[in-house]
Design a protein. Structure first.
Length: 367
């Protein structure tokens, strides 16, 4: 928090402003009155109708100045008193906003300002704070859920390794050293994959990235070529076929992260596919509004739309999707994709296909 010297409160400042405005307005009227009195003849005057005495400029000026000072004093009092109550009424919503925002912490994020009344600058400010609190509450909830899931995912491999070692120690004569080492290596590899995925997720959400024009078509071509060369689908009788339609789609983004995005989506489409005869279609194009589009469609089992809506959450997997023995996914692929899309201010759409599988569309701002 920035250390600030205490100054006049906004209420006092507004009160002084109201009083000052009234005094200035009264002074102007006072000056106009004196100027008007200059057109009155000076000296004693006689009334033309009655022949009696009539007040001259001096008499009128004396009376005007006498009561004008009382009027100015009254304006000062009215300005101070009225300004104090008026400013208090106007600034009352700020007190509620300050109270709610000042008390906001992990235990009170559910509180909202909920300022009533017609729309004005203060209601807009209150609504903006409420929207911010909504985002913070969701972010804290996701962070807590992510921390709990990450702790579980990172702790599980160590527990498995410890169990393997304890079982091997309990039966030194019957243990198979090669089998024990193989199982420890597999478990350790899974822990490494999980850790790397967590690092990628943190990197995707990091600010200060360097953006440049990136052709999604070139990225997709490279990823698809690697996927065809490296057998990501492991022990399946028939690997899913990949069809690529790469029309130019120039996006403004970070080349490394966009490469990770396309790779995660293609890998996800290959791994979560039919055991035999599956298909994956990858397409890049430029939308009519100029945004760069990446669309990936894969075959697979029928998926519940409610379940699909949660696939971007950390460590969430669609349990009914076919998973091969070589599948090393940890449930962070689509989470990383979602974080990358958000960091690029893009849109991500994931919907189940009729007949099974997924349709994924990523729309990114054009370069």
């Amino acid at each position: 928090m920035i250390a600030r010297r205490r100054g006049l409160s906004l209420r006092v400042s507004l009160t002084l402003s109201y009083a000052g405005f009234l005094v200035v307005a009264g002074a102007v009227l006072f000056g106009v009155g004196l100027l008007a009195l200059r057109f009155v003849p000076s000296g004693d005057l006689l009334s033309q109708s009655t022949g009696g005495w009539a007040p001259g400029r001096g008499d009128l000026t004396d009376v005007f100045v006498k009561y004008a000072w009382w009027a100015l004093a009254a304006l000062v009092v009215v300005g101070l008193v009225g300004g104090w109550f008026l400013s208090g009424w106007m600034l009352a919503p700020l007190g509620r906003i300050t109270d709610v925002v000042g008390r906001a912490d992990a235990a009170t994020l559910h509180r909202r300002i909920a300022l009533r009344g017609r729309r004005n600058e203060l209601t807009d400010l209150a609504d903006a704070f409420d929207d911010m609190l909504d985002r913070i509450e969701r972010a804290v909830a996701e962070e807590s859920r992510f921390a709990a899931n990450a702790s579980h995912e990172l702790r599980t491999p160590h527990a498995v390794i410890r169990t393997i070692v304890e079982v091997a120690r309990a039966d030194p004569d019957g243990r198979d050293v090669d089998l024990v080492l193989s199982r420890i290596a597999q478990t350790n590899e899974r822990a490494i994959v999980t850790t790397e995925a967590l690092l990628e997720l943190a990197r995707a959400g990091r600010a200060g990235l360097t953006f440049e024009p990136v052709d999604l078509a070139e990225v997709a071509q490279r990823v698809v070529a690697d996927a065809r060369e490296i057998e990501l689908t492991a022990p399946r009788r028939t690997s899913p076929s990949i069809r690529l339609e790469s029309d130019p789609a120039i996006a403004r983004g970070n080349a490394a992260l966009l490469g990770q995005l396309v790779s995660n989506l293609v890998t996800n489409a290959l791994l979560h596919n039919l055991p035999d005869g599956g298909e994956v279609a990858v397409r890049t194009r430029t939308a009519p509004d100029g945004s760069a589009l990446l669309e990936i469609v894969n075959t697979g089992p029928d998926l519940d739309p409610a379940r699909v809506a949660t696939l971007t959450e950390p460590f969430v997997r669609a349990g009914d999707r076919t998973r091969a023995a070589s599948d090393r996914g940890v449930g962070l692929g689509l989470t990383i994709v979602s974080a990358i899309v958000r960091s690029h201010r893009g849109d991500l759409l994931i919907t189940p296909r009729d007949g099974g599988g997924l349709f994924v569309r990523v729309a990114l701002p054009s370069a």
